[in-house]
Design a protein around this ligand. Sequence first.
Ligand code: LEU
Length: 445
Amino acid sequence: MQRENWASRLGFMLAAMGSAVGLGNIWRFSYVAGENGGGAFLLLYILSVLVIGIPLLLVEVSIGRKAQQDIVGSYQKLAPKKPWYMFGYLGVISAFLILSFYSVVAGWAIYYWWGYLTGALFNRPEGGYGAAFSTFTSQDYSPLLWHALFLGITMIIVLVGVKKGIEMANKVLMPILAIMMVALAVYSLTLPGAAEGMRFLFQPDWSVLENPSVYIAALGQAFFSLSLGVGTMMTYGSYLTKQHKLPSATAGIGIMDTLFAVISGIVIFPAVFAFGIEPSSGPPLVFITLPEIFHQMAFGGVIGFVFFTALSLASISSSISLLEVPVAYLMRAAKMKRRSASLLVGVVIFFSGAAVSLGMGRWSDVTIIGNNNIMDSMDFLASNLFLPIGGLTMALFVGWYFTKQQALDASDLTNTAIGPIWYTVIKYIAPLLILLIFLNAIGIV
Ligand code: LEU
């Protein structure tokens, strides 16, 4: 069967950017930054992106393009009969875990979108937006419906195929979301909590660095936000042909994605302080903060509507990339049709997502890892452990299994000044840093 390809390098760029920019930049970034003390976390996150994330993004896309396969197939093809492919399965599992909660949270975003469309959210609910949010998410059925709707849309786009839906949607979407975010940031800076919010975000409180979990949170956020280590970028890279140059594309994606996160911090934190919300409120943070902002703004209802439209669409372009990982795998390994693979994975994820959703209410006392509920446990496992392990494997694969020449060639860095620097980073520096962060987290160093 002929494999699909992107229409152009721009098509790939947009799809990869669409994968990177999503709930991770707005929802996850703000609450993780809030929980980890703000400024010092931001610094560690940006360092993780620059030193580990962007170089590994190039690694991941290069493997995919060279192998022209899904994540498991790529390792099998480039390293036949070697155990590397086992780590490919880790990517498939991560995609599965992440999509299970991603779809639930995106369901919340669509519910908010609907609330602005119908005007239900224009007026501050009795008891505030925070209470309304937990009333909604702790219900049994309603959040499930939005989760099902979001997952259904994701499945339809994936079963139509990579090129058609994805490239087009992202062309319009990214610019709208970017404009909205910048405009909201400017507005947030006029709020009475602006100075405090900016201090929280940009003035590091170094004492938080004594806590090892801050490092792993920053690393995990970098991986999650760049869609790195899960196989999405490898799969998207596999729809590229050799004529497209990768280094500038991947650097551009990494920088854009990080800018989105920083700007969303500028939107959220002034409002957090202006409205007296706890920065460490966890996953509900943006769902409480944003409606407060829109409530206060002139034409806030319309702005809320446009914003949640853009956020929901941005989440779709990320969830498609996640679903594409197991689908591409099943299409090759189980010789399934795109349609049946998408349906099968979608249905399974609906059920695991349902557990996540019930974990916000009826099953809220179910804890899996430490004190974490179902969603936070899945997120911790996937984002803070599996993705960095996936990335580490990719770095070791290209750094140690490939020859230097093969590595440079696969990533279009032959005879370039940055080639040797990149190679040193992916062969030694990034793997060592990831290991150190892990060892530190379990208390060994
Ligand atoms: N990078 C995406 C986001 O920030 C998530 C990824 C796991 C597809 O929303």
